[in-house]
Write a protein that binds this ligand. Structure first.
Ligand SMILES: Nc1ncnc2c1ncn2[C@@H]1O[C@H](COP(=O)(O)OP(=O)(O)OP(=O)(O)O)[C@@H](O)[C@H]1O
Ligand SMILES: [Mg+2]
Length: 287
């Protein structure tokens, strides 16, 4: 499996680009796509999913140009868009049966497959109730089930964990890890903790461009020996923030423990082990 994205741009209007001159090669495994709001994640994923066409550039899956031959992609794709619409009057079972028909999935395996997915996503008890009565997290899980119906070999989730509670996030992660052996899986998020435990590789984007791409170790390397903690008074925080790149703060009695990134630490700081969150913040703020 190889997905090659070569110099693609998406122009929405004369001066608005969703993506500009973007290239990346993605192989099997789980890729976490991180970027702040407006970075271009959805624009990129929709072009890979052949929902949109790039203004420039080509996208090849296993050497087939899917801009010209979108069906090559669609046959093996599972896609959860960020704004996933749903049919409120159907129940989960009916909805999945309907999507299966649209994807051309059928046969005697369909019923057990739907039941398996509903179980895996903890929807079996609600499966006979109309989707319109579901919570946001339940609807999101129906969306995830829909992605996996046709045993896709390339799976794209645009912000899949939005609306899921912590327990559901764990279930989702397990489901994805099971799936990932021979597939390309791309997960987007703007929250590092959604992807750092499952992504083999991470791509970070901002303003429609790729800032960095690689395994987590290599990305974390970029802030190694630059992460520190110190204790300050609460009222010093706003000034501290103007001088240092603050990752997080936590309260300690009347004071604050501040985690920050710097080339040279201020007095009374302790070096901390860098993590992906630190690297993400550093790379998106400094670029
Ligand atoms: N249909 C559209 N028409 C015009 N501009 C658009 C359209 N879709 C996206 N954009 C612009 O393209 C840029 C990238 O948007 P995109 O939705 O791809 O970002 P994103 O990384 O998915 O953000 P989010 O985290 O908020 O989902 C933004 O500046 C956005 O305003
Ligand atoms: Mg988006």
């Amino acid at each position: 499996m190889k997905l090659e994205i070569q110099n693609i741009s998406k122009r929405y209007s004369s001066n608005i680009y969703g993506i500009s001159d973007f290239s990346i090669t993605i192989e099997k495994g789980i890729l976490g796509l991180l970027g702040p709001n407006g970075a271009g994640k959805s624009t990129l994923l929709k072009m890979i999913a052949t929902v949109n066409k790039p203004t420039k550039g080509i996208i090849c899956l296993n050497k087939n140009n899917i801009v010209k031959d979108p069906n090559y992609m669609r046959k093996q794709l599972g896609f959860l868009p960020q704004d996933f619409g749903i049919y409120p009057n159907l129940n989960a079972y009916e909805f999945l049966t309907y999507i299966a028909a649209m994807k051309g999935v059928g046969g005697h395996n369909l019923k057990p497959r739907i039941t398996h997915l509903l179980k895996g996503l903890n929807l079996i008890d609600a499966a006979k109730k109309p989707i319109g009565t579901y919570s946001g997290g339940m609807k999101q899980r129906v969306g995830i089930a829909q992605v996996l119906l046709n045993n896709p070999t390339i799976v794209i989730f645009d912000e899949p964990t939005v609306g899921l509670d912590p327990e559901e996030r764990v279930r989702f992660r397990n489901l994805i890890s099971d799936l990932a052996n021979d597939c390309i899986v791309i997960l987007s998020s703007h929250i590092v903790s959604d992807i750092d435990t499952i992504a083999d590789r991470v791509a970070i984007m901002k303003n429609g461009t790729l800032i960095t791409h690689g395994n987590q170790e290599n990305i974390i390397q970029k802030v190694r020996n630059k992460v520190f903690e110190t204790t300050i008074k609460k009222e010093q925080l706003s000034i501290f923030k103007t001088e240092q790149l603050v990752v997080s703060t936590s309260r300690k009695k009347n004071q604050l423990i501040v985690r920050y990134i710097a080339d040279n630490p201020i007095d009374n700081s302790f070096e901390k082990e860098a993590n992906l969150e630190d690297a993400y913040l550093y790379l998106t703020k400094m670029n």
